[in-house]
Design a protein around this ligand. Structure first.
Ligand SMILES: *[C@@H]1O[C@H](CO)[C@@H](O)[C@H](O)[C@H]1NC(C)=O
Ligand SMILES: *[C@@H]1O[C@H](CO)[C@@H](O)[C@H](O)[C@H]1NC(C)=O
Length: 457
């Protein structure tokens, strides 16, 4: 009887494998109030998509280049998502944590094959993500991008994922945040293996890179960069759509904004990017001392979420950026768009930038700053990843992409030397290191604020 009950209890579950016990690496994370900063170790987990998905005994895979386990119901019934041990985080996935630093290696050869890149999340405890609410606050981290070549992206950003990875909303998901479920972003990606507690296997046939559904949510890209180009970019989503919750499963080309429907989907895919090179300052960021921010050396990146009345309850009105390198504060450059100067992201900047680019960018139409405001009221999850780009070789970040006048985004050739095949072969040992991550009240003495004060006074 007990056996039967157990079976029925797990019959429709996105189950946790029993072969390897999940062990999260931890990094020291700083939280600062107006009085002081405290640091505490916080777990890191790897996204479910990177994990071994098998039949429960480990003798056959449920996913190779597509699902090989039948219908979504059958896959969810028969397959298990496996844990990762601390040593495998490093040996299989190239992920290492020490002190406040997280290092993600680009290519890692291991006993079963080769791993490329990773996507990790900061957790509050082993079963829930850390939820960031940064209105009227400052977010700071140090980053080393020195080995990131054209075609790569070492990214640190926020997305409006559910705190428990979807465990509560979808009972068939028993893995949850522990095993990195629940990812979504403003591209409404189709390559997410589990959405809404079931496999995204419908339409995901061999040769396809995703299934029928996409996972959409508001995204704040704090940092998308390699050593040649960088951007910080809010992406809004139209969450007033009927039946839409903050984490939205889109269905079909129009809803998901695929291909020609790019501007018809639920989210703003272009985003309101502040990209120094694209907006006209080609000497601000790059490798060597001739650049204002020299990417051969570590730097501190500070982002402030400013409200209209300077309180936590105000309306998010501006997203400011500055850098600290070698103890010197470097202000974000001032760029001129349709006649007006801007050095931060505001709706005024987004409006002017969209008018200048004339490329259909619809950040304001899909919700604009209000979208980001609500996301920070609800809480956003911190993502740290390293990836290459199968679709357009990261040209949207570092090369010539789109139409004039906004097409020049970086100095990279964007040719075959930016393809995944080339960069994996030639620069497998590239890495990104994020450290000293902190969240602070804007008026507090956080690491970034301390450095600002030290240098400005
Ligand atoms: C780029 O930005 C830096 C820092 O703000 C500034 O000193 C420099 O003059 C700018 N260059 C151009 C071409 O605007
Ligand atoms: C953290 O910040 C401190 C103070 O700026 C700096 O001395 C240290 O090198 C940083 N550590 C890492 C791992 O980046």
């Amino acid at each position: 009887m007990r056996f039967v009950l157990l079976l029925s209890a797990t019959a429709v579950a996105q189950k946790i494998g029993t072969l390897v016990n999940e062990q999260h690496p931890t990094i020291d994370f700083y939280e600062c109030t107006e009085q002081a900063c405290t640091s505490s170790p916080k777990p890191i987990t790897l996204d479910a998509n990177w994990r071994w998905y098998h039949d429960g005994t480990g003798s056959s895979n449920c996913f190779n280049d597509h699902f090989e386990c039948g219908t979504p119901a059958e896959c969810t019934r028969d397959c298990e998502l496996e844990g990762i041990s601390l040593s495998e985080y490093e040996s299989t996935y190239g992920i290492t944590a020490a002190g406040s630093e997280l290092s993600l290696k680009f290519v890692t050869d291991h006993q079963y094959g080769t791993n490329v890149g990773s996507r990790t999340y900061l957790m509050n405890d082993d079963n829930s993500y850390y939820m960031f609410k940064l209105k009227n606050a400052e977010f700071t981290f140090d980053v080393d991008v020195s080995t990131l070549q054209c075609g790569m992206n070492g990214a640190l950003y926020f997305v409006e994922m559910p705190e428990d990875g979807g465990l509560g909303a979808f009972p068939s998901n028993t893995a949850g945040a522990n095993l990195g479920t629940g990812y979504c972003d403003a591209q409404c990606p189709h390559d997410i293996k589990y959405i809404h507690g079931e496999t995204n296997s419908e339409g995901w046939t061999s040769g396809e890179s995703g299934g029928r559904y996409g996972a959409c949510c508001v995204e704040m890209d704090i940092w998308e960069a390699n050593s040649f180009a960088t951007a910080y970019t809010p992406h809004s989503c139209d969450t007033t759509k009927p039946d839409t919750d903050r984490y939205y499963r889109c269905d079909g080309e129009v809803d998901c904004g695929d291909g020609e429907n790019r501007y018809n989907g639920v989210c703003d895919k272009n985003g309101c990017d502040f990209q120094p090179y694209r907006h006209g300052n080609t000497s601000f960021y790059g490798p060597g001392s001739s650049f204002r921010v020299d990417t051969t050396k570590k730097m501190t990146v500070v982002t402030q979420f400013i409200t209209d009345d300077g309180t936590d309850d105000g309306t998010l009105s501006e997203i400011r950026r500055f850098y600290v390198q070698d103890g010197v504060v470097v202000q974000n450059p001032t760029v001129t768009k349709v006649g007006s100067p801007h050095d931060s992201i505001t709706e005024g900047f987004c409006d002017a930038a969209a008018e200048w680019a004339a490329d259909g960018t619809n950040f304001l139409e899909k919700g604009g700053m209000e979208s980001m405001d609500i996301a920070h009221e609800t809480g956003m999850v911190l993502v740290m990843s390293l990836w290459d780009d199968e679709t357009v070789n990261m040209k949207w970040l570092d090369s010539d992409f789109g139409d004039p006048p906004s097409n020049l985004r970086g100095p990279c050739p964007g040719d075959e030397t930016s393809t995944p095949e080339y960069v994996r072969e030639n620069y497998p040992n590239s890495f990104v290191k994020f450290s000293n991550i902190s969240a602070a009240a804007t008026s507090s003495a956080g690491p970034g604020a301390q450095q600002t004060t030290a240098t400005l006074t």
